[in-house]
Design a protein around this ligand. Structure first.
Ligand SMILES: Nc1ncnc2c1ncn2[C@@H]1O[C@H](COP(=O)(O)OP(=O)(O)O)[C@@H](O)[C@H]1O
Ligand SMILES: [Mg+2]
Length: 289
């Protein structure tokens, strides 16, 4: 059996996964979704380079960004693979829902998972109106952002970026700013199956605490309330594994900031004894049969 690890940038995570598969006697190959294609002739087929018949499963480690058309095509490939019986991990629908912060917020809200108040609109005038009514510090995030890139704070009197500005891209995703006690920090909980397998506190240079933005990782033993919140968030977006970002307000309440369907775990791995790649691979392999 050869399992494609879908990514065009294998890096440290790709190597970790490859080693974990090797330990279980499974060969892997790195394949970019960009090089896969759909064929609708006598039969509906997904062509994966190097494969003459579909593999039992694919491990999705990256969906390359691009134009809306390209991203839809890459997700379509995941959907068609899954419809034809291939185990797609994480499945395309879960990736689709979580890559879009607005849809994540909708699902969290719908499933009554605590998350900061959030507004999504295209109109600059409407976004201004939201800010006037709230008159509090807000956070503006790119809808498809990651690693803290483009996440910014908006003071009540500060000018609102124009729709075409980078990281706005025509849609305002505005969120209530949650102030933490102590130095700014948040938490990352890693969920596999229905379990939180590792957790850390992230302490950033600024209030943006992503590891990629310089956040320091400190292992924590999460409280039951935080664990339950992470599991509820994973259930709300219906995902097999994920990284859940949680923040605790000064007043004590926990809120889910986002759910990551293709989470990095290099920082988290430094804060835990368990081998995260092995847990992922074992969970993935348990689904093949
Ligand atoms: N509403 C908020 N209040 C306070 N801090 C926030 C808020 N939203 C995001 N942050 C900070 O910014 C970081 C990045 O935001 P996040 O929503 O996780 O987007 P990204 O996809 O870029 O990681 C968070 O880890 C947190 O430190
Ligand atoms: Mg995040």
């Amino acid at each position: 059996m050869i399992i494609p690890i879908l990514t065009d940038d294998p890096g440290w995570h790709g190597e970790q996964l490859k080693q974990a598969f090797t330990l279980r006697g499974v060969e892997t190959v790195f394949v970019s979704l960009v090089d896969c294609s759909l064929q609708m002739t006598e039969q509906l087929k997904v062509h994966i380079p190097g494969f003459t018949k579909p593999p039992p499963g694919v491990f999705v480690r990256g969906v390359t960004g691009g134009t809306l058309q390209q991203v839809i095509t890459r997700l379509n490939i995941l959907h068609v693979l899954q419809d034809s019986g291939v185990v797609v991990y994480n499945h395309g629908r879960a990736i689709e829902r979580t890559v879009d912060k607005a849809m994540t917020s909708v699902l969290l809200h719908r499933h009554k998972v605590a998350t900061p108040h959030t507004w999504v609109c295209e109109s600059r005038a409407q976004a201004q109106q939201v800010r006037r009514l709230s008159n509090e510090v807000m956070v503006l995030k790119p809808l498809f952002g990651s690693q803290g890139l483009g996440v910014r704070q908006l003071m009540p009197e500060a000018p609102l970026p124009v729709p075409m500005e980078m990281y706005v891209d025509g849609v305002y995703y505005l969120q209530q700013f949650i102030e933490t006690s102590d130095v700014p920090h948040d938490f990352r909980l890693f969920v596999i199956g229905n379990k939180v397998v590792a957790a850390m506190k992230r302490i950033g240079d600024s209030w943006v605490n992503n590891v990629a933005a310089g956040g320091q990782c400190v292992a924590i033993e999460p409280e039951p309330a935080m664990i339950q919140l992470a599991l509820n968030a994973a259930a709300a977006v219906n995902i097999e594994y994920c990284g859940v970002d949680i923040i605790q307000a000064k007043t004590g309440e926990y809120y889910v900031l986002e759910v990551n369907s293709i989470p990095a775990w290099k920082g988290l791995q430094t804060a835990t004894q368990i081998n995260i790649a092995q847990l992922l691979v074992d969970d993935f392999l348990s689904k093949l049969s």
